[in-house]
Design a protein around this ligand. Sequence first.
Ligand SMILES: Nc1ncnc2c1ncn2[C@@H]1O[C@H](COP(=O)(O)OP(=O)(O)OP(=O)(O)O)[C@@H](O)[C@H]1O
Ligand SMILES: [Mg+2]
Length: 515
Amino acid sequence: MPAPVLRVDRATRRFGELVAVDGASLTLEAGAVSAIVGENGAGKSTLLKLCAGVLAPSSGRVLIGDADLAPATMAEASRRGVGLVHQHFMLVGAFRAIENVVLGAEPVRSGGRLDLATATARVRELMTASGLPVPLDAITDDLTVGERQRLEILRVLYRGARVLLLDEPTAVLSPLEAEELYGTLRRLAAEGRAVAVVTHRLDEVVRFADRVTVMRRGRVVHEAELRLEGGGRRPAAGLEEELTRAIMGGDPPPPFAPPAFAEGAAVALAVAGLRLGDGAGRTLLDGVDLEVRAGEIVGVAGVEGNGQRELVRALAGLEPRAEGTVTVAGQRLDPRARDAVRARRSVLAVVHEDRHEDGLMLEASVADNLVIGDLGDPRSIAFDEAAVVARRLGRFHVDPADPARLAGELSGGNQQKLVVARALDRLLSARATGAAVLAQPTRGVDVGAAAAIHAAIGEAAAAGLGVLVVSADLAELRRLAHRLVVMRRGRIVATLPPTASEAEIGRAMLGVEAA
Ligand SMILES: Nc1ncnc2c1ncn2[C@@H]1O[C@H](COP(=O)(O)OP(=O)(O)OP(=O)(O)O)[C@@H](O)[C@H]1O
Ligand SMILES: [Mg+2]
């Protein structure tokens, strides 16, 4: 048995009355990739934060090697080789990539000046050794999510981490990128590091992790070894269901079935000739033509960074340089203008992919976040805010269902539920015609919440809305959609039935012809 590198011993962490981690124990060993799974709010992020000194335990211990992590600070944990990649990116967008890697650990020349040349050379070595390529001179905001994710890991490795903790690193990645990332993590583990990954994607756990810990309501409720003596892996059959049961504390939700869709239905959302440049000569959207009919769920597949984000933003009127036409429920919307926000809101619901950037005010209450955009609506004279908030909290099982709490204090998945609840409930309860556009709607949400969001999407379609879903998760798209379109280099390059195989969709995503 290899020696444990990090051990959490019956740790508890409270936030006021709330017990986020409740007497949890965890052992991380060199050479192993450990997965941590559990419902939204189960305490996974809090547990990692205890390991990394971001939070101190209210009781219990965190040991690195043989000694307590004391003082329980990030600086001390980092000095002793523990690095955490947070659930939400912690990068400075306006800085160059290299600057984000060295920020706070800059090599200096005599006189205290930053020695960027030395830093760059070291990071390049690290990049090659770890297989984590990132364009180091690029402005961080211009990187794809996959690149930003790799940058966060480089940042931690640069500080010499021997214990690598990653909080939902694959939530924003396509399946292919996720697989690559696990390849890297396995390599880093084989070199003698201990790796822990929090994820909601159980297929990843089954395929790549050496062991798994299930948390529920702050406690560790289940542990399983996935690597067998002699190097084999536990057979996948039944494992996902075993984990789902442990996570939910009961039966898994029934599988989603999209509501029946009548081919001849009216067009709910029409996009024609949608173009967008970045102002520096790069084409982001290259003439997108797309129709979604009332009651239809269309899935947008594609490797991240091929225009999906810009498409959603243009539909929301957030891209002043966009050209082309967008028609929702027979009403022309200007893709360049936010001025028609009101008109837009009554026919179009949009969920953006980055809930922190475009969806939430973390410093405002849950209630305020649930009704932003509804207040001041001419129709809202009789708007009963408390009732709307209660309905939206209930429909999506936001936990804790406390309207007065700050949005920033909710777990990541529960923040996601707020954004989706606000967008879908607004149209559904107004019995509006129009369309809903959802980017990564189940990013970071647990099995139960994903089922609730999928049910709401089905309900929206059944109520006659056209639904466009952008997701990095192909399995999700294939389950949800009546029809798939594939985006590549700012265009729609293929239309496929949801029964198309992942390989076939993957080929269209990459622009490779079938052999
Ligand atoms: N800073 C904080 N203040 C108050 N409560 C908090 C704070 N951070 C977390 N919590 C609460 O602690 C509990 C555990 O949260 P945590 O973020 O660890 O969950 P999680 O398992 O990571 O969930 P998710 O899968 O949604 O990311 C939740 O109820 C959350 O609302
Ligand atoms: Mg979390």
